[in-house]
Design a protein around this ligand. Structure first.
Ligand code: FES
Length: 149
């Protein structure tokens, strides 16, 4: 196999029960599952690409589009919702001209909604590139957006 995924796939025996773990490793390394990764993993595990997609897409954790340079996660938990996370999400969608789950066409920012971050006292909270921002207001959101390259 002359593959860029050879090292990751080679850690696993060619058995279907290892498929999800191998794909998790690939996603960890690249941030998503590329079409090339699907092709090579399907060959490695001797299954069709359609079969691989149907197994892997069962798990919400897998992403099939390349993430942006930055990721903004808006909490959809109850405490954040009550304190206005919906307005934050709407403002982000309007400003970035994308919907949750999408990435700006220039590859700059991906927007996601996530379950309770466990920081309810800080509601509404968002996570930007793994950093939690507490009690976010719309002007603060604007500042954060402007600070991202
Ligand atoms: S509901 Fe948002 S952090 Fe818990």
């Amino acid at each position: 196999m002359s593959s860029k995924y050879k090292e990751i796939l080679g850690k696993y025996a060619n058995a279907r029960e290892n498929l999800v773990s191998a794909m998790q490793d690939i996603q960890e390394s690249e941030g998503y599952i590329s079409p090339e990764a699907v092709k090579e993993a399907a060959e490695y595990f001797s299954i069709s690409k359609a079969d691989l997609y149907s197994v892997v897409s069962f798990y919400a954790q897998f992403k099939f589009t390349k993430p942006g340079r930055h990721t903004i996660k808006v909490c959809k938990g109850t405490a954040c919702h009550v304190r206005g996370s919906g307005s934050l999400l709407s403002a982000l969608e309007e400003r970035l001209k994308i919907k949750e789950g999408q990435t700006t066409p220039d590859g700059r920012i991906s927007l996601e909604r996530v379950a309770c971050l466990g920081a309810c006292a800080l509601a509404p909270a968002i996570v930007v590139d793994e950093k939690v921002h507490a009690r976010i207001t719309l002007p603060e959101l604007e500042k954060i957006l402007n600070s991202l390259d």
